[in-house]
Design a protein around this ligand. Structure first.
Ligand SMILES: [Cu+2]
Length: 281
């Protein structure tokens, strides 16, 4: 990326949005979520954006994360902010112990002002929803992992490097997996990775770009086995965010024969090559 920018290549196009909604309503429109003091409320949150990673916080409250992508986590833990990649799902419990009228919303002020939030109203409280920015925190999936556990060794390892050619496709960035860009006009490219049923695979992923990629494997769930240089175990997911210039490892069992797509869930990345096919042999 640095090389192409030095050569004078521009940054690729991105998409922007003018409005944002939760359950189809912009912040300030529609009914608030009505709660009672002392209640524990379970939120099932899905990021339905085609391209964006979102955050969520609620002043004076924390989230107890109990499941990721529909799978219970081995170590439910409290966090002040949820970060949720495109297509990820988080289930989190909020204990309603701070009466008021609050905005549960995104940390990005501009996006929240354009709708990315919802009002939480305690019984007996009136007024406009209040927003307070939370203290700084860092999102780390490993927080919800089984403590001091190691995943079983895989039968085979697949290495993947994700890279970007700046503005290489009519002004859009083109994406590659191990140097190969999924053909834009082909209904189906030849599968690049071949699986044997019943075997355990570890995918070692390296992100050679500055973007965060919500990586998704179809038809299988995977275990997070290495994040930011540390081994981890027990968290099952089907989308995982891989930060800029970061590495991560995921393990899965080949237990669902037939063609299987693997791709970045950021639509612009996927449409411009960030996709590959597995088959069973
Ligand atoms: Cu991506």
């Amino acid at each position: 990326m640095k090389a192409s920018l030095t050569k004078g290549m521009p940054h690729g196009f991105e998409v922007g949005y003018g409005s944002f909604t939760i359950n189809g309503r912009m912040l300030g429109h529609g009914d608030p979520i009505r709660v009672k003091h002392g209640e524990r409320v379970l939120f099932h949150i899905l990021n339905g954006s085609a391209t964006e990673i979102r955050s969520l916080a609620m002043p004076g409250h924390e989230f107890r994360v109990v499941a990721l992508d529909g799978n219970p986590v081995p170590n439910p833990a409290m966090v002040p902010v949820l970060w949720i990649g495109t297509a990820e799902r988080i289930s989190a419990v909020v204990e309603m112990n701070h009466p008021g009228v609050w905005i549960m919303g995104d940390l990005a002020d501009d996006d929240r002002h354009h709708g990315m939030g919802v009002v939480i109203e305690y019984a007996g409280q009136r007024g406009k929803g209040q927003w307070l920015a939370p203290a700084k925190s860092r999102w780390n999936y490993a927080r919800f992992a089984k403590p001091d556990a190691l995943a079983a060794a895989p039968d085979e390892t697949i290495e993947m490097t994700f890279a970007k050619d700046n503005a290489a496709a009519k002004g859009f960035n083109r994406w590659t997996i191990n140097g190969v860009s999924y053909p834009e006009n082909a209904m189906m490219a030849p599968p690049s990775f071949h699986l044997n049923q019943g075997r355990r695979y570890r995918i070692k992923m390296a992100n050679a770009s500055d973007d965060i990629h919500p990586i998704h494997l179809h038809r299988h769930s995977f275990q997070l086995t290495r994040l930011a240089g540390k081994s981890t175990a027990g968290i099952m997911k089907d989308v995982v965010m891989l930060g800029g210039y970061q590495k991560a490892e995921i393990d899965f069992v080949a237990d669902n024969p037939r063609l299987t797509l693997f791709h970045c869930h950021q639509q612009l990345h996927m449409d411009f090559g960030f996709m590959t096919l597995f088959d069973y042999v």
